[in-house]
Ligand binder design. Structure first.
Ligand code: ATP
Length: 466
């Protein structure tokens, strides 16, 4: 089955069915910020839980953390973000569109990620002499400003009302969650039973003043990250790095992403402290192809060394057996929950049939599906059917996210659940009451229906949702 996913189809389904809404819509929207509706938050929670299960619950060597968004401002000086976390920006003088210069140069095979603005402008001039000139991605004109670096840090203020706006009260909304992990490395070591090698995982909000261009929830200014920082002796790095790369790749396959829609991207230009960096890319065909979903990076001892230097605190580790003292090295796995959400929505989106019979169905892995079971009374104006359906709903809802729906004909109710990705629909009809005490269970993917007795229903679903 050909997946005919386009960005218009995904955004329209996401809004119509209550997954994702543009933020502040009644005020005309707010660029690159999105809200998650009922089915959106259910899917997001299920994704985060599936990640947490494999990253923390099933791993004796990883523990959890939930650090605050506000942190001591020196954190971001030590990490290099205050001085160096920026993107190169180009503006269109005609239509005022704002673009990422590095993304524009990518089209010409130039990797400008780590170039200064001057180096980028040199490249642009060089392209011009070769007859290749950059064009505005919005209006197509060539009236562009030179590139300049643009800080991604989002500032806020804390303090008493009188001095709230003064420079020394500036705080930053964290641009990544791992800062909180580095600062709690010692607390974690002192309060849990972990020994090197071990990891700390957390899920939380991050903020970046991104230059964005119509990418739905792929790149937003407020987003959630799921990060795991793994602390180890440098001699363990290569082995553990390969293990984690494999574990993360397998995780996507386990939850339903097809291998052909994943690929590795190897970073050639590395930060000075890194020995290797790979991304897992997903084939976002609705955005034009493969793009970064998750980063798996080696970070050396840079983070702990910097925080030790700026805080004056010792952050070294003493090996209990050998007595060797050293600053642990770190490798990380880092993924945007929202970007991952987009990938799973993209992967699940399926159109089947033609004309009248055409249906849109989200084929999520059952564990990820926002609603597991929908319960329908055949007719809404028959109190005895409604009462029985309510009873069935109450019982199933103790163990599963369920939805009760008595609106419209059954065919329409099935279509609605297909578009939400609900694996099973249960219908209570007159035979249930008068004849066999059975209900009709309809399967999302095969559309097959079978009669299941009410006594067996909980066992039936326990087997379906193992
Ligand atoms: P990009 O090159 O796409 O800007 P990045 O290399 O800056 O991403 P990292 O800093 O490595 O990204 O962040 C790790 C992960 O966090 C990314 O792989 C991505 O999934 C997610 N992420 C980063 N920025 C955003 C954003 N603005 N919106 C949504 N997710 C994001």
């Amino acid at each position: 089955m050909q997946n005919q996913t386009t960005i218009e189809k995904i955004t329209s389904l996401a809004k119509r069915r209550g997954f994702v809404f543009p933020s502040s819509e009644i005020y005309g929207g707010f660029a690159a910020v999105y809200d998650y509706g009922h089915y959106g938050i259910l899917l997001k929670n299920n994704l985060a839980a599936a990640w947490w299960k494999h990253m923390v619950q099933l791993r004796p060597d990883v523990v959890g953390l939930d650090s605050a968004i506000f942190m001591h401002p020196t954190t971001w000086k030590a990490s290099g973000h205050v001085d160096g976390f920026d993107d190169p920006q180009i503006d269109c003088r005609d239509c005022k569109a704002r673009m990422r210069a590095d993304h524009m140069l990518e089209a010409f095979g130039i990797d400008a990620d780590k170039m200064s603005a001057a180096e980028i402008n040199e490249q642009i001039e060089k392209l011009k002499t070769e007859g290749k000139e950059l064009k505005c991605i919005s209006c197509g004109k060539k009236n562009l400003t030179p590139a300049k670096r643009f800080s991604l840090m989002v500032k806020s203020n804390l303090g008493s009302p009188t001095d709230a706006l003064s420079e020394e009260n500036v705080v930053y909304l964290r641009p990544e969650t791992c800062g909180g992990i580095y600062l709690n490395y010692k607390n974690t070591l002192d309060s849990t039973r972990v020994k090197l090698p071990f990891g700390i995982a957390q899920v939380g909000k991050a903020f970046r003043n991104e230059i964005v261009a119509r990418q739905f929830i792929f790149r937003t200014r407020e987003f959630e990250q799921m990060e795991m920082q793994y602390f180890l002796h440098p001699s363990d790095m290569n082995r553990k790095y390969e293990e984690w790369k494999e574990a993360r790749w397998q995780w996507y396959l386990e939850y339903g992403i097809k291998a052909e829609n994943l690929r590795w991207y190897k970073h050639i230009k590395l930060a000075h402290y890194a020995a290797a960096a790979f991304d897992i890319e997903y084939n976002y065909t609705a955005l034009g192809g493969f793009k970064e979903m998750e980063g798996i990076h080696q970070r050396g001892d840079w983070d702990l060394s910097q925080h030790s230097k700026f805080s004056g605190q010792k952050l070294d580790y003493t090996d209990p057996k050998s007595g060797e003292k050293f600053i642990p090295h770190i490798m990380e796995t880092s993924v945007g929950l929202n970007r991952m959400f987009f990938a799973f929505l993209h992967e699940a989106y399926t159109e089947e049939g033609e004309g009248e019979d055409m249906r849109v169905v989200l084929k999520f892995d059952k564990r990820l599906a926002p609603v597991k079971i929908a319960v329908f009374p055949l007719l809404k104006n028959k109190p005895e059917l409604v009462a029985k359906a309510e009873e069935v709903f109450k019982n199933l809802a103790k163990n599963y996210m369920c939805e009760f729906d008595d609106n419209g004909n059954i065919g329409k109710r099935y279509r609605r659940q297909d578009e939400i990705g609900t694996p099973y629909c249960v219908t209570i009809d007159f035979d249930t009451l008068e004849k066999d005490n059975c209900v009709t269970v309809r399967d999302r993917d095969t559309m097959q229906q079978e009669r299941v007795s009410l006594e067996n229903l909980s066992v039936y679903f326990a087997e379906k949702f193992v």
